[in-house]
Design a protein around this ligand. Structure first.
Ligand SMILES: NC(=O)C1=CN([C@@H]2O[C@H](COP(=O)(O)OP(=O)(O)OC[C@H]3O[C@@H](n4cnc5c(N)ncnc54)[C@H](OP(=O)(O)O)[C@@H]3O)[C@@H](O)[C@H]2O)C=CC1
Ligand SMILES: N[C@@H](CC=O)C(=O)O
Length: 378
């Protein structure tokens, strides 16, 4: 039986769904000869970790209780009475994660640190854990879209890092591009719709709904980032574009990407809280967006938030698109990506499907974890 020890950072929508998937896939994984041991889980303030890392893990009953506590909005510290485990907070969290990585690297299980947070503060810890010959799986895009120096550190061990869910959630985007590149098929153009939130919002607006209403629903459905302004500013799509561009070998930073925002700077995070933006800011944008949709419709077009990577261009923004085109026909949270390369020159390779949501994202993360299992075989 191959044992993969996991420490999960972030138990929001994606992290909790991942825990549910791990538990419900136990019989399947047992048949495949794999055992996923969750030895620690943390949120922004606290961590729970198994006492004896080599022999013990957080059991499934406890993990379900943890999901319940977190979905009710409470702190991990509430779990004190449920566990025979360690509860840590503040600075102790990173030290514990490094201790766990250092302890488990000596056993044949190693540690896989799974980043389901939406924080850029995890970069240092991820690099240290990789340096200890452990593995990293990311749903979080921020560590890969920071400086090139940080990026290089993270991808310097390609066999030990997976980040499929950072672009297109569970869709096989990163793995497909890696396969094409490693077979010597150079990619010269990627164009598509890479935001589940903006895809959903744009297609729902065509039915006449208000922008403010639709954005709130996208948040409830688990499509948006913790702060939906990350989606509406185009920043989340820009992060995906940067991840793809860097994968193609471009040595660029975020400031090389042209980004169109759907809200003005006066509604930014420095000015308004998320709540204030959702309740009071968004309705102020309804009319302008409605006008843009109507104008496009008069031309037989729809609006889509498009990402383009081609030669030195890397840009993300709203485009008027023919209604009856692959992008124009997109519905709901679906993403669509057209990849042009030497082998796919006239007709692009197309990847399409749900590109946001906790279920599909957590499935992508779980598939990444299973993908590294060979590193832990004797
Ligand atoms: N939802 C989706 O469709 C997709 C999401 N992703 C990515 O998945 C990640 C998680 O998204 P989602 O679950 O929706 O976000 P949530 O806001 O629901 O959850 C984020 C979690 O991360 C925790 N957290 C914040 N900072 C830290 C930190 N420094 N260390 C450890 N944990 C931390 C939060 O703690 P606390 O509970 O204390 O606030 C929370 O538990 C994001 O990076 C997102 O971009 C990727 C693809 C698709
Ligand atoms: N907020 C993102 C989630 C996936 O990355 C999106 O809407 O696409």
């Amino acid at each position: 039986m191959v044992k993969i020890s996991l420490m999960i950072m972030g138990c929001g929508g994606v992290g909790r769904q991942l825990l549910h998937h791990i538990i419900s896939c136990r019989p399947l994984h047992a048949k495949q000869g794999v055992r996923l041991r969750v030895v620690g889980v943390c949120d922004s303030k606290s961590m729970v970790a198994a006492n004896n890392l080599l022999d013990e893990e957080l059991n499934d009953q406890f993990l379900l209780q943890l999901c319940k506590v977190k979905s009710s909005g409470s702190s991990l510290l509430e779990l004190a009475s449920f566990c025979q485990c360690q509860l840590l907070s503040g600075q102790e969290i990173a030290s514990k994660a490094i201790e766990v990585a250092a302890t488990l690297r000596k056993s044949n299980t190693g540690l896989t640190l799974v980043d389901c947070s939406a924080s850029s503060e995890t970069i240092g810890l991820l690099s240290k854990v990789l340096h200890l010959d452990c593995c990293v799986v990311l749903a979080n895009k921020k560590p890969l879209t920071s400086s090139l120096e940080d990026y290089d550190k993270l991808v310097s061990q390609p066999r030990r890092i997976r980040h499929e869910s950072t672009v297109g959630a569970g869709l096989p985007v990163i793995s497909t591009i890696n396969r094409m590149l490693s077979s010597g098929d150079p990619i010269y153009r990627i164009i598509g719709s890479l935001s589940g939130t903006l895809g959903y919002v744009m297609s729902e607006l065509e039915g006449g709904k208000a922008f403010s209403q639709v954005v709130n629903v996208a948040k409830k459905l688990g499509f948006t980032e913790p702060d939906p302004r990350d989606d509406l500013s185009g920043m989340d799509v820009a992060r995906k574009a940067l991840i793809l561009a860097r994968l193609l070998g471009r040595r660029i930073n975020m400031d090389s990407i042209k980004i169109e925002s759907l809200y003005p700077i006066e509604m930014g995070p420095d000015v308004m809280s998320v709540e204030d933006f959702l309740v009071n800011g968004l309705p102020l944008l309804d009319e302008e967006i409605r006008n843009r949709i109507e104008k496009a419709s008069l031309n037989g077009n729809v609006l889509r938030y498009v990402c383009l990577i081609e030669e030195s261009r890397c840009e993300v923004g709203i485009q008027e698109i023919a209604k009856d085109s692959p992008l124009g026909r997109l519905r709901g949270s679906d993403n669509l990506l057209e990849i042009y390369s030497r082998c796919y020159k006239e007709q692009p390779l197309v990847i399409q499907g749900a590109g946001a949501g906790n279920d599909t994202t957590a499935s992508g993360v779980l598939a990444d974890i299973l993908d590294i299992q060979d590193l832990f075989r004797d």
